[in-house]
Design a protein around this ligand. Sequence first.
Ligand SMILES: CC(C)(COP(=O)(O)OP(=O)(O)OC[C@H]1O[C@@H](n2cnc3c(N)ncnc32)[C@H](O)[C@@H]1OP(=O)(O)O)[C@@H](O)C(=O)NCCC(=O)NCCS
Length: 190
Amino acid sequence: MSPNNERRTKDETVSFGGFVRPLEMGDLVQLKPILEHWVKSRDTGQPLPEEVLEDLQLMEDSVNRLNDYRYFTAVGVKGEVVGVIGMRPPDSRMLALDFLQTDKPVELVNAYVDPKQRGGKGVGRALVGMLEQAAVVQGYTEVVLNSGPRYRDTGWGFYDKLPGYQRVGVAIGYFGKDGDAPVWKKSLVS
Ligand SMILES: CC(C)(COP(=O)(O)OP(=O)(O)OC[C@H]1O[C@@H](n2cnc3c(N)ncnc32)[C@H](O)[C@@H]1OP(=O)(O)O)[C@@H](O)C(=O)NCCC(=O)NCCS
């Protein structure tokens, strides 16, 4: 058992050989290159450093409890950071969509896995599992998410495969012109 596995707590969930736990400030330095890999212009493929910094700031503020976001980090067998996922109360544009069915939805945001670790090793699934577990504990009743055209090839198939998630519509123009984003939803109550 690795040192990291030894310090697992009840807040952590295991799969893919590693584990998932709440984001810690020290994770940000390893998350930055993962975000830089994925956060790119859908038109030009160019990096979007300002968006990466905004995301990292949201993560930092969440650790300091300065916002409503909560993030979780996937940690690999060698203790390395291999992915992140976040949740927050849905923004007003998501709430306005009329797709939600319960009083206390939570929005899944910022799912990113190290490109070398993604695509079938179970990191993303473990991150979502932890998010759902935490959401239930916090009294949330459904998970909702959208995913923009930037992630058509890398993200949409993942959400289509996730147990319990269904496409319920499209957030038209959520990401600007030609930025329609399918919306997925999963109920957390039976
Ligand atoms: C989307 C993402 C977070 C999923 O994490 P992951 O570690 O790759 O997912 P998992 O390994 O847990 O995959 C679970 C299942 O989904 C499948 N899957 C993952 N990505 C897929 C995709 N783009 N298309 C089709 N299937 C996919 C896996 O093969 C696996 O299938 P299996 O259960 O039959 O083996 C990750 O691929 C990623 O970072 N993608 C790039 C950024 C991105 O698109 N983020 C989403 C922003 S909304």
